[in-house]
Design a protein around this ligand. Sequence first.
Ligand SMILES: C[S@@+](CC[C@H](N)C(=O)[O-])C[C@H]1O[C@@H](n2cnc3c(N)ncnc32)[C@H](O)[C@@H]1O
Length: 425
Amino acid sequence: MGSVRHNSPTLVELAEEILKIAKTLQGAVPKSPTFFEDTLSGLSANDDSVRKQLIDATETLNALARGANGFNFSRISRIILSPYDAMSLRVIYHFRIAQNVPLDNSISFNNLAKACNVEEKLLTRLLRHAMVLHLFHEPKEGYVSHTVDSRLLATDSDVFDSVGCYLEDMGVGCQNIAKAMEKWPGSDERNHSACSYTYDTDLPFYAYLQQFPERKKRFSSMMRWVGESQAGSQTQITALYPWQELVNGTVVDMGGGNGQVIIPVARAYPSLKFIVQDLPGASEQGIKAVTADTQLKASIEFMAHDFRLEQPVKDADAYLICQCITNWSDKDLVNIFRQLVPALKPGARLLVCDRKWQALGTDSDVDVLEHRRVDMIVLVNTNGRVRTLDEILKVFELADMSFKFKELHTANGSPFMVCEMVWEP
Ligand SMILES: C[S@@+](CC[C@H](N)C(=O)[O-])C[C@H]1O[C@@H](n2cnc3c(N)ncnc32)[C@H](O)[C@@H]1O
């Protein structure tokens, strides 16, 4: 996309900048990436920031080259036509097309259509559209083989489920945001979101999802993929906070899902004990994984608990709430934090881990866009919002003045921050 800069460089200046950055990035990897081999995974934080510079500069060049006017190629048309791009992917998801293309060979459209039980001409049109977006490839006329992207859909069930979660379950809410805003003006109730409107339910969206095992699984896989993809986010959370200061204490991970955030912490700090809390049924995959692992089994316990109710684990050393507060209104959060109070011993930590608020203009455009998108996703799902540190601290003040701010833990290149509060009654 490229953010709006009043003194934007000329096309040639941008192209020269791109050449410089591309040379640096290419020097950092064994081979230049192609659509058949992605050589950019596992970059160091430094090389990853070079990659972001390259994305930013190329997006800016792309946006300037598109221009404002005209239907063809313009910036506005790029936005309004993007649902059609998502549509082809939705069909690929629905008919499990990637799973029916051989991993190391091609297949004719005819045989693929039979295998997926789809009409051949329609499949051919949809796939030829997807191919322009680097999903699949036509090595010779009438045949389909994988690109690195479509292969990922076939081989990584978390990526595949995430496509389903975004396109079938959550993204459909986007179409109804204006209607939800008109129906519930100014409301920050969780069940007044565009998703609740779309599904015509009085339930908040996540509670609604819980009724459908397939949707629940897709959401869980999506959280895992997103977590793993955020440049090693779990490892970063392990590195962001000085867990050793808790010595051999107990950490309660509220809304911890499958334990995806604390599993790397538990591996790095085997003397700590962890209790992962979530709604009933939300941690099934995590329970299975931890039970099968001797080291983790000894240090991680799962517990069904709704964090809107009084905290049952008393006197823990730290209570972590990671990537949850964006889904709740200030009023709900005040309640959630107050429900902790009876369990807290003096000096107990409350660790709020969330995406770092980054001031516009100081970060890469691609980070800012991702951040703004998270804000839109939680808006559509649960009427939630991304908060700045000051906004988080205001909520704590409203909940109880004995929550005292201790420190903000953050690191260059990490999309996360950990806001450390201490209970000082
Ligand atoms: C965005 S996910 C974050 C999961 C995990 N903490 C992470 O950072 O990867 C939000 C989590 O909050 C859980 N959750 C939602 N409502 C809850 C409630 N009332 N009590 C406890 N957990 C809840 C969801 O089931 C989900 O696992």
